[in-house]
Design a protein around this ligand. Structure first.
Ligand SMILES: [Fe+2]
Ligand SMILES: [Fe+2]
Length: 233
């Protein structure tokens, strides 16, 4: 039986804390948890680092430099593969439906808003990709279009992550039982194994780390959460 990423984290994490933490700066120590929202929050920290890289790529163009096409392509691959296929899929296929089963409405409710924002994010990534292709094809002016869509995506996703971390997850954690959490963590592991080739998750973490190092984006502070309050209160 292949030991999946999550199985490995689960088995070792229970005993030693997060087994990758000492080796991987993007994974804060004590980040392992049996709580589904903690897994999603930890993925947010990695996504935020690549958003910061994207911002620096855009700012370089705004200050007269050329568009770093190679890094921009790598960031787009990360947003599609990790932020969307790994992370948003866990939310859309498991976490949000679990919330809805507890009575949170989709239509006119919090999960409906989150789903709408995921869609908008996909549109921004597609638009960045189109602009990047145009730049690579010699349309120099498309760099400006790339920058505009990059800023839309950065603003959208930062705000989206803030809403989930500070409000949505707190509501869900109050509604979920320990059994619900266990079921979700297991569903996340299955989703990860089904949607990705073996080792893809780790490859995306390495890619994020590589981009962050290239653009001097520091690792997130080890602890988060204690300063976060629901809905800004
Ligand atoms: Fe989300
Ligand atoms: Fe999220």
């Amino acid at each position: 039986m292949r030991l999946s990423y999550f199985n490995a984290i689960g088995l070792l994490g229970r005993r030693f804390g997060h087994p990758l933490a000492p080796f991987h700066p993007s994974i804060p120590w004590r980040s392992f948890s049996e709580n589904a929202s903690e897994i999603l929050k930890n993925e947010h920290r990695v996504i935020e680092r690549v958003l910061e890289v994207l911002q620096r790529i855009a700012e370089r163009v705004e200050s007269g430099g050329s568009l770093d096409v190679e890094s921009a392509r790598q960031a787009i691959a990360f947003f599609r593969g990790f932020a969307d296929r790994c992370h948003h899929a866990k939310e859309e296929e498991h976490f949000f439906p679990a919330m809805e089963s507890k009575g949170f409405p989709r239509h006119g409710g919090p999960t409906g808003v989150m789903l709408y924002e995921h869609e908008r994010g996909r549109e921004c990534v597609a638009a960045m990709d189109e602009a990047l292709g145009a730049v690579a094809g010699g349309e120099v002016a498309a760099a400006e279009r790339f920058v505009r869509h990059a800023h839309s995506y950065i603003d959208l996703l930062r705000e989206h992550i803030m809403k989930e971390d500070s409000c949505l997850f707190a509501m869900a954690d109050q509604a979920f039982t320990a059994e619900d959490q266990k079921r979700l963590v297991a569903a996340f592991a299955r989703a990860e194994a089904e949607k990705n080739e073996p080792g893809a998750h780790e490859a995306f973490l390495r890619s994020a780390e590589e981009l962050a190092a290239r653009y001097g984006v520091p690792a997130p502070a080890a602890a988060y959460g204690s300063h976060v309050h629901c809905c800004g209160h």
